[in-house]
Design a protein around this ligand. Sequence first.
Ligand code: ADP
Ligand code: MG
Length: 630
Amino acid sequence: MTKGNINVSVENIFPLIKKFLYSDHEIFLRELISNATDATLKLKHLTNIGEAKVDYGNPKIEVKIDKENKKLHIIDQGLGMTAEEVEKYINQVAFSGAEEFLEKYKDSAKDSGIIGHFGLGFYSAFMVAEKVEIISKSFKDEPAVHWICDGSPEFTLEETTAKTDRGTEIVLHIAEDSLEFLEENKIRELLTKYNKFMPVPIKFGTRTETLPLPEGAAEDAVAETVEVDNIVNNPTPAWTKSPSELKDEDYKAFYHELYPMQFEEPLFNIHLNVDYPFNLTGVLYFPKLANNLNIEKDKIQLYQNQVFVTDEVKGIVPDFLMLLRGVIDSPDIPLNVSRSYLQADGAVKKISSYITKKVADKMVSLINENREDYDKKWNDIKIVIEYGMISEDKFFEKSDKFALYPTTDGNYFLWNELEEKIKPSQTDKDGNLVILYATNADEQHSYIQSAEDKGYKVLLLDSPIVPHLIQKLETSKEKISFVRVDADHINNLIKKDEPAISKLNETEKESLKKNVEESINDKKFTVQLEDLDSNDAPFTITQPEFMRRMKDMQATGGGGMFGMGGFPEMYNLVVNSNSEFATKILANENAEEKNSQIKHALDLAKLSQNLLKGKELTDFIQRSYKQLEK
Ligand code: ADP
Ligand code: MG
């Protein structure tokens, strides 16, 4: 028997490991199962290349709870270790990671949630165990070994005859403060969280299975039941297969395997597969999002060689894609990682831009494959695309190929199609394209109606980030301006070929304007007389585009607009001097009646802009009933 000290200069390293890694104790199981998996896959490789002359068979990893003796066993059928290898890989090498860790963080014990990017690996077992045993038999023709360590740097290592089959058994003597790890439910939960898609089958207990009745069995025959291994993982999840092997149903089935509580079907998926300049596989799904920005649920999961790492993918996946679901697996993503480390990592940055590119390519192929179907999906995916357009320049540059601009009459245009449609009729005095848009089909109904009546196209851009999108489009494209339908009167926006005809002469207009200004007596409104069509509304309230957009951007955040505040409320009151109403007002000799007519008309204009509220609205309704009684 060998006795010795683990190669470490710090006496009390184990309590420190515990303390440092406090918040993440549970990862010990992931680490040990990863080691068991590595050992199994290494053996597979050695048999494949003819270096290990043993029968590989169908190895599995077993996790076993021995509640009575407070032990947890992790057993594999991998390549095992000889005494020399235990000495080398466990006693000497493995610990250098822990030492480095302590060296670096000994002054920052406050930050107890930290995990270094060097694998604590095997030694994470001491986060939950007061004593750990390794019983291992190498595939090489050497005796089995038994290593015991009780959490101090001292260990014993001796030969044993107790193990005859190949592989390694790790025995954890669970510490008093970690007894939860002897609960079946807890272990099952951890296996589901970290090991659901690991490449070697993992057995956890047994279950009974009913055998099918043999053909021609008697009607009253009773089916036989047998005990079988309960395998908790799927060793070949969809992302490890090639796209050509998978049908649409397979992708959908995998989606539900990933998110068992998700009942809606995803809209489509993107299969990621790259091996240069880094390795990455995965499947991303576009869920139905509409205008829902809730990303807390069912997030993208990050794996390293089929081991779950985290579902906190901020910094790895571009922000706009955090609304998606699915899996990303890359061996280049370190297993034990701190947030800040990940974000600074070069490989991770490349991953992010690769994914962005893949998503853009997918959009292009979807729209080319089936335009009608893409149009239909647009409202469910637009929030992701629009968010991508405002936040990732590379994505924006490609977006002309797949970003759609829906109109209030139910058409979906690509940018160039839109330009073609509206250029002939919608330009301003300076020759800029005027793009009319609405953000709410109900609230802006009267304005949309009046624009459509005049033959103009109006876009319906109703996602919450639209003010930012518009700003982005205006600064990137030449000679365009976006104007919301209620921003100004259409007649002032779009160049007309025929000059307007006025019913009233200048003096009459002057006095009409004075009448209106005196009656409404409100600095918020700038009264503006216009020679409009006699059928156009007598009064229309508009809000200058710039002012309103600044307010909207402030409300949705971003763009450095937070906390700027204090935009004054300002409106234009456009009076149609060609309307019947204008003529009537002017002709009315009764000053009191004239005043109340103007006020009533203003209320109607406010009503159509959703500005009539509270007491004003109540008064208006009462007044209108009185009118009916007359
Ligand atoms: P890492 O897995 O990053 O190498 P670990 O501390 O987890 O670090 O493990 C240290 C080493 O111990 C492994 O590289 C491997 O050589 C050996 N080892 C650990 N567990 C097993 C096992 N179940 N079977 C064979 N070798 C193992
Ligand atoms: Mg390991």
